[in-house]
Write a protein that binds this ligand. Structure first.
Ligand SMILES: [Zn+2]
Length: 218
């Protein structure tokens, strides 16, 4: 804990003064560039890997970068999505999975989650990805998890579309959705190409086609 407090003191000494004007500007308003939905994993740091300052990303994080489908009892993820689109007017959404994801590993390896009922229930939102992934052949366990991470961001994109305000914004072409997979070891990102439905290196295809309303990635 002392390391965290020491970090805060360093923030007060240098990081904060360096951004004093920015924080002044942000004190009473925010206008983030994007809604960034990713895993809670400590190794994924959205602002670091996109080199964004405070105020740029509206972030939703949870185990497995899950977006529950919209339903009669919407929860915290739905509320944050609604707020980002309706109030903040965000035009870009990124769903970002990552390599070595513990949540996806647990599903891919059919771990016994009976001792973790909340996790088990939560990861049911990835059932579609799991069923599709299980129908494919994978040479290694590692490949099985990597493939599930990709299937999962596509499944969560499908779930995202069930949110009425997202569906409307996509229909009116004022929202673009990006599916990314971040590789922790290499620092690379693969992005889902909206025109081919394939994942491509974002480094090599920085102009990769985003997913707009009416496009199907299946
Ligand atoms: Zn994860």
């Amino acid at each position: 804990m002392s390391e965290l407090v020491a970090g805060f003191l360093r923030f007060r000494q240098s990081a904060y003064p360096d951004r004093a004007l920015l924080f002044q500007r942000l004190a009473h308003t925010q206008s983030p560039r994007a809604l960034f939905i990713t895993c809670s994993d400590s190794r994924v740091v959205p602002e670091l890997l996109t080199q964004q300052e405070p105020g740029s990303l509206f972030v939703i994080r949870n185990a497995g970068n899950i977006v529950p489908s919209y339903g009669p009892e919407p929860g915290g993820v739905s509320a944050s999505i609604e707020y980002a689109i309706a109030v903040l007017g965000v035009h870009e959404v990124i769903i970002c999975g990552h390599s070595d994801c513990g949540a996806m590993g647990a599903i891919a390896h059919h771990h016994d989650l009976s001792g973790l009922p909340a996790v088990s229930g939560w990861l049911r939102h990835a059932d579609a990805a799991n069923v599709i992934n299980d129908s494919h052949h994978h040479d290694t366990d590692r490949e099985r998890v990597a493939a599930l991470v990709r299937e999962n961001v596509i499944a969560q994109l499908a779930n995202l579309r069930t949110h009425p305000l997202v569906a409307l914004a996509l229909n009116q072409n004022r929202l673009r959705v990006h599916c990314w997979v971040y590789d922790i070891e290499s620092g690379q990102i693969d992005a889902l190409d909206g025109s081919s439905g394939e994942f491509v290196s974002l480094s090599e295809h920085s102009d990769v086609t985003a997913l707009r309303g009416g496009q199907d990635t299946s």
